[in-house]
Design a protein around this ligand. Structure first.
Ligand SMILES: Cc1cc2nc3c(=O)[nH]c(=O)nc-3n(C[C@H](O)[C@H](O)[C@H](O)COP(=O)(O)OP(=O)(O)OC[C@H]3O[C@@H](n4cnc5c(N)ncnc54)[C@H](O)[C@@H]3O)c2cc1C
Length: 482
């Protein structure tokens, strides 16, 4: 849907801007709308992609609905039970597209927010610089809901020699199909579920080798009702302390599924440790004595003092060079928050200190939804709801404090029909939908593990582009992919 607001955005002011129209942004938009805020008048959604679907729009064909963990419903509009053999990218893109129409959301795209700045006092409106269809424009907003996910920020660790590799390098975000690898000896790097699933797929067309920094985090822990809660609690304890979220797989662990057990048995899912240098046609593994293996260093529910599947960890005992044609980095993603850098929200540890799951401690105008413990579809949906509610409270306080002069903020934005009818209609639906979308506790209890991952040493976020530059054209900083 082409948004008719596009030409009216220049120098406009908004009460709320939502950045990103994935699960998190759509959920936040829903709850604002449901409580009476009107899209295109009180708030606007900007999205860098050229169509609906968020990150799911970009995912590879063999990732079908049947092979994902679980895609949670958007609030008030169930996904239903689509064919599990259809690519998730098609299903979710169609689902989000229908949702945007239903809510008359009028998402502006392709609109990439390049920077968000503020005056020195940290008060007053936030200033956004937006690249809209190649044109740079500016707008301001009282509040920001940032729902930019991680997909546009793939992470590749720096390993000496990375720029000299003469074979092919790619990241999860660039994978299209296994046929691209036929006959090419492929080194898969990373210990998460993407790496393990790709290894099993690739082994049908070529010779593979698996590298992880830590022992694979297979976990015997049952994925029962409490599991989701424990995963989220473990991640949240880091973000509340201002630490960056740990890799997904360190907390969720890898399930002991039949196909994984078979993969370990056949030798495909056996990690040989981590290489320390990349050569033009291969990689160098240092010697790693077997007795070094202790635990997988899992966190939260996947923590254990011993390996659940010790056979999956067989680092080379002596140093050795392995020739490979492809290095396939399944080393995860980082929160795509570079556009907020001018606000200096990062702690010394590299995280963003949070007051709650969604509220940024050092700037009360900004909410992060889909960040940290909310980076699954179920978490993103919940975070959208919590952020919208908290924001509405803050708006009420502001509106009460400023009964004159500022009361007609909405008239500064285009499309000024009365919103009250919207609120009246929506409030009765609200009660029913609340029941359908239960609180954080019950959400989390049924959470499925997100599947991005990494098991290589974390480097500071700022170092990522550098590592990617060193990787040459094969591993890009990826916004172009969206
Ligand atoms: C390979 C893989 C598989 C996964 N499988 C599952 C699964 O099975 N189940 C599950 O629950 N979760 C899964 N996850 C996690 C999943 O990505 C999230 O659940 C969900 O997609 C996140 O939604 P989101 O709205 O936070 O982000 P996204 O879907 O990434 O949406 C973010 C949107 O923001 C836009 N954007 C980014 N930067 C900007 C900017 N500067 N300006 C404007 N717009 C911007 C993007 O274009 C995008 O449209 C998986 C993750 C990966 C990597």
């Amino acid at each position: 849907m082409v948004c008719r607001l596009t030409e009216l955005l220049v120098d406009s002011h908004w009460r709320v801007v939502i950045i990103g129209a994935g699960q998190a942004g759509l959920s936040a938009a829903h709850y604002l709308w449901r409580d009476g805020l009107k899209p295109g008048r009180d708030f606007i959604v900007l999205d860098a992609s050229d169509g609906p679907g968020g990150a799911w729009r970009q995912r590879w064909e063999s990732l079908t609905l049947g092979s994902t963990n679980h895609i949670a419903d958007l609030p008030g509009f169930p996904l239903g039970a689509p064919d599990p053999s259809v690519p998730a990218s098609e299903i979710v893109t169609d689902y989000y597209s229908r949702y945007e129409k239903e809510l008359e959301l009028c998402v502006v795209r392709p609109a990439e927010v390049a920077h968000v700045t503020s005056d020195d006092t940290g008060a007053g409106p936030l200033k956004l610089t937006v690249m809209l269809d190649g044109e740079r424009l500016h707008l301001t907003s009282d509040y920001l809901i940032d729902a930019t996910g991680t997909w546009t920020h793939p992470y590749v660790p720096y390993v000496p020699g990375i720029a000299e590799f003469e074979g092919k390098q790619l990241h999860t975000a660039q994978f299209r199909e296994v046929e691209d690898f036929r006959g090419l000896r492929t080194l898969v790097v990373g210990g998460g579920i993407s790496a393990t699933q790709f290894l099993l797929e690739l082994a049908t067309v070529t010779d593979t080798l698996w590298a992880t920094r830590r022992p694979p985090n297979f976990t015997a822990r049952e994925f029962d009702g409490n599991w989701g809660l424990e995963v989220e609690r473990a991640v949240r304890s880091r973000t509340l302390a201002g630490l960056p979220p740990a890799s997904v797989v360190r907390t969720t662990g890898l399930p002991l599924r039949r196909e994984f057990l078979d993969g370990v048995e056949s030798g495909v899912l056996v990690s040989r440790g981590m290489f320390d240098e990349i050569l033009p046609h291969g990689v160098h593994f240092p010697a790693r004595p077997a007795e070094e293996a202790v635990t997988s260093e899992g966190l939260g529910p996947s923590h254990s003092d011993r390996l659940a599947l010790p056979q999956s960890w067989q680092p080379f005992p002596e140093e050795r060079i392995e020739e490979v044609d492809v290095i396939f980095w399944n080393t995860g993603f980082r929160a795509a928050l570079n556009h907020l850098a001018p606000l200096h929200l990062r702690t010394r540890e590299g995280g963003i200190a949070m007051d709650t799951e969604v509220a940024v401690r050092d700037d009360h105008r900004i909410f992060l939804v889909g960040y940290g413990s909310a980076s699954s579809t179920i978490g993103a949906t919940r975070a959208g709801r919590i952020a919208a509610r908290e924001l509405l409270k803050r708006l009420e306080t502001t509106d009460t404090a400023e009964t004159t002069g500022h009361e007609n903020l909405t008239t500064q934005a285009p499309g000024t029909e009365a919103a009250d009818s919207n609120k009246a209609t929506n409030s009765s639906e609200a009660t029913n939908r609340d029941a359908a979308t239960a609180g954080p506790t019950s959400d989390a209890a049924t959470a499925s593990p997100p599947t991005d991952d990494e098991s290589v040493p974390a480097v500071a976020l700022d170092a990522v582009p550098q590592a990617q530059r060193r990787a040459g054209a094969t591993v890009s900083s990826a916004p172009a992919a969206e």
